[in-house]
Design a protein around this ligand. Structure first.
Ligand code: BGC
Length: 781
């Protein structure tokens, strides 16, 4: 008896001392947990797993069982230390997971929200915060810990295949909208991954391309949105990009991820690679890229060898492990949250419908063609994407949605009658034409840029009859793009000859009988308009508006709301006018073989060479990106940055512009709805610096705001603040942010090219606002 008691005592003492020796995350200090880890366990934290894809990383010692099918990756568990597996999944237009699972008839669809370009077109930070909150709610309900979004690279060139996943050509608009998105998603207690840090502005050869430019260009234009987001929203994680910057992979640049991101901006989270990004795991660890995703056995071997040889210090390993454990502590999975897989998809459908509506931009509205009058009932609908509406782009920015409301269905829901014979012709044509599209034999066929099916030949359609039978014609022009490839100029940036002929033929027939034609641009980005836009009566840019697209467009057509979207990028007259045209790949001129070679970079075969715009891309236009170029060099554009029409009119009072003792500028302006219907107005404030000691664009957006919905006759006083530091430019010689002293012109304008802005001047004292370590300099050979 006594012996038994003695044994129990020993066992419990042993148990206590064993548990005292095995610290647990969340119970013991992180340092203690790290000290208790073996090297293999540390590597298991630093290297993730693909989860859903069979990869060599699943041979690691952690638990890689797939937790959420279709998620892009997982972080490995170490159960003995209380470290759970956590899950990360794309992306910017909504959560991307597999919609069906074995063994259950339940579905796991996610809401396809509008693309990021739609969000920035709203210029409405509160609304974008609400989209983020709804998106983050799905992330949480489906058991994902981090959404691999948002992405805030700059629209440097309209051909970038991933511009749809990005916000704008302007750093302030990109940064503010993106910060609202991060705050919205993270308000659910889940994380975001701000990506792709940085300068990932082309898809062609993205895993090897070397971006060559100056620190000033990088800091003022391309890093600025990331800086704003880090400072205003602290994303849980940041994802480094695939490309090199001045000779070195971004994930291997400590000046970018440790010096600038952490030390200068105060980033507190974890840094991860893009999928299979970077070349040398050791250099990535040293640079401060904490987590390698989705992880490869070769990286584990490289790191282990480097530590055992003394080439990689344990301090670095521990520093990075610490960042990852700090992230894990915040996750729903660590906190024991059990996903119910039941988000309120119906409520989110309403969010996406209204958000897309607010991001649409009315380009043209001759004689108040829109909103469509109540006696208009019969509609002839042209264009293949009217029947096969494009909700979003392709690649990791896509979403597995349950449905997409086509334009046809949206119009029917709004009470219109659709011309049925035209509808039948299109419905027969689309599958036939799709089957006839040439197939590429490349092993990466799915990732090569795509030509869309040609527009249907209308010569068999009795246009006279269609024009007689219907009250109005609606034509949709569709263009999509996606990850891995940039856009063709020939049939993606430019409209094809068949599309232009369709617009012109429909306009001729309908105008002949006094009926109007409306064009809907269901497009991933900028398209050429000059050559065809004179013909139709009204044009709306609907972008890729998410799963409720057809309803959102119909809402605008019938005037449920007045359009209040504004372009977040310039629409040049022609691609030839784009400032970076000589320094950007033109997919039309690149063979499939060359693109296939570049795609192997994803499988770790990097291209090498000195091919311009392929192996390297020079940012010769400097800070003169988008409207900064067109306005400074007086190049006419089709539609300027910030442009958009409304169904109502707004009158601005005289702005009051004042400065305080810190040098911050406050702009106050009264905005009055002087039209006949309710609407919202976007108020844009540009600043023109003296430009004497520094080379400055003639106008830069420094503040913006959106009014609430104003009824006819109603006014709102808008207040905007321009922080003193935001006037600074980067002086590379001194490695300083400097505000130039002198007289600044503050302009409240309708858009970047508004020739009659409301101007005031203020005197600003010059000062150095920050001195930083020289970074992002060209590679030292
Ligand atoms: C993309 C990322 C994405 C990741 C995971 C990469 O190909 O560049 O944006 O988050 O895949 O799907």
């Amino acid at each position: 008896m006594l012996k038994a008691k003695f044994l129990t005592l020993c066992a419990s003492t042993l148990f206590i001392s064993a548990s005292a020796q095995t610290p647990k995350l969340g119970v013991d200090p992180i340092e203690k947990v790290i000290n208790a880890m073996t090297l293999d366990e540390k590597l298991n934290v630093l290297i993730g797993s693909a989860g859903n894809v069979k990869s060599d990383a699943t041979a690691t010692i952690g638990s890689s069982a797939e937790l959420v099918p279709g998620a892009a990756g997982q972080l490995n568990a170490i159960p003995r230390l209380g470290i759970p597996t956590t899950v990360v999944a794309d992306g910017p237009a909504g959560l991307r997971i597999k919609p069906t699972r074995e063994g259950t008839s339940k579905t796991f669809y996610c809401t396809h929200f509008p693309i990021e370009t739609v969000m920035s077109s709203t210029w409405n930070v509160d609304l974008v915060g609400q989209i983020g909150a709804a998106m983050g709610d799905e992330v949480k309900h489906y058991g994902v810990d981090v959404l691999l979004a948002p992405a805030t690279n700059i629209h440097r060139n309209p051909l970038n295949g991933r511009n749809f996943e990005y916000y704008s050509e302007d750093p302030l608009l990109s940064g503010k909208i993106c910060a609202a998105m991060v705050n919205g998603v993270q308000s659910n207690g889940v994380g975001t991954s701000l990506k792709h840090f940085a300068l990932n502005n082309q898809e062609t050869n993205r895993t090897s391309n070397n971006v060559i430019g100056t620190p000033r260009t990088f800091r003022e234009i391309y890093l600025k949105p990331f800086e704003i987001v880090v400072k205003e929203a602290q994303p849980w994680t940041v994802m480094t990009s695939y490309n090199k910057v001045n000779g070195t992979m971004t994930s291997e640049r400590s000046d970018l991820i440790t010096e600038i991101l952490r030390h200068e901006w105060g980033f507190k989270g974890m840094v991860m690679t893009d999928w299979y990004g970077g070349q040398h795991a050791t250099l990535q660890m040293e640079a401060g890229n904490d987590l390698l995703m989705p992880g490869k056995l070769s990286q584990r071997e490289e790191l282990k060898k480097a530590v055992l040889n003394g080439h990689l210090s344990m301090e670095i390993i521990d520093r990075n492990v610490k960042h990852i454990l700090e992230y894990i502590l915040k996750t729903p999975r660590f906190k024991g949250y059990v996903a119910d897989n039941n988000p309120d998809l119906k409520a989110h459908a309403v969010v996406t419908r209204n958000a897309a509506l607010e991001g649409m931009v009315l380009l043209k509205n001759l004689k108040n063609t829109l909103p469509i009058k109540s006696n208009v009932k019969n509609v002839a609908v042209f264009g293949r994407t009217s029947y096969d509406f494009i909700a979003g782009g392709t690649g990791s920015g896509d979403v597995n949605h349950a449905y997409v409301v086509s334009l046809i269905d949206g119009l029917k829901n709004a009470g219109f009658n659709i011309d049925n014979s035209l509808k039948s012709s299109y419905e027969a044509y689309i599958p036939e034409a799709t089957a006839k599209m040439p197939k590429s034999t490349s092993q990466f066929a799915a990732f090569l840029p795509k030509h869309l099916i040609p527009e249907m030949d209308l010569s068999n359609v009795n246009m006279q009859k269609v024009a007689k039978d219907n009250d109005v014609a609606i034509i949709t022009i569709g263009k999509t793009s996606g990850e891995f490839a940039d856009r063709y100029i020939s049939d993606n940036f430019n409209l094809t000859a068949a599309e232009k002929k369709m617009i012109s033929d429909v306009c001729t027939s309908f105008h002949k009988v006094g009926k109007k034609v409306v064009v809907i641009l269901n497009v991933c980005g900028v398209v050429e308009t000059k050559s065809w836009i004179d013909a139709p009566d009204a044009v709306i840019t609907a972008w890729l508006p998410g799963q409720e697209g057809g309803n959102s467009v119909s809402d605008i057509l019938v005037g449920k709301e007045s359009p209040s979207g504004r372009l977040p990028m310039t629409w040049p007259v022609s691609y030839n006018d784009v400032p970076s045209k000589a320094d950007f790949p033109t997919p039309d001129d690149i063979s499939d073989d060359q693109l296939t070679e570049a795609l192997k970079g994803f499988a770790d075969v990097r291209t090498e060479g000195s091919r311009k715009n392929f192996d390297y891309t020079e940012y010769n236009e400097g800070v003169y990106v988008g409207y900064r170029y067109y306005t400074t060099k007086n190049v006419p554009v089709s539609y300027p940055f910030g442009y958009g029409l409304s169904y109502t009119n707004f009158k601005y009072g005289k702005p009051s512009v004042t400065t305080d003792t810190k040098g911050d500028i406050t702009v106050k302006v009264e905005v009055k709805n002087t039209g006949k219907v309710a609407g919202k107005e976007v108020v844009q404030t540009y600043v023109s610096a003296p430009g004497k000691d520094m080379d400055k664009p003639v106008r830069e957006l420094k503040a913006f705001a959106k009014t609430r919905k104003l009824n006819p006759g109603e006014s709102e006083m808008i207040t905007m603040t321009i922080p003193y530091e935001s006037l600074a430019s980067f002086n590379e010689t001194a490695s300083q942010w400097q505000v130039e002293g002198g007289q600044y012109t503050v302009m409240v304008a309708k858009n970047a090219a508004d020739m009659k802005p409301l101007t005031s001047t203020v005197n600003i004292e010059g000062k150095v606002t920050e001195t930083v370590r020289p970074s992002l300099l060209p590679e030292q050979k």
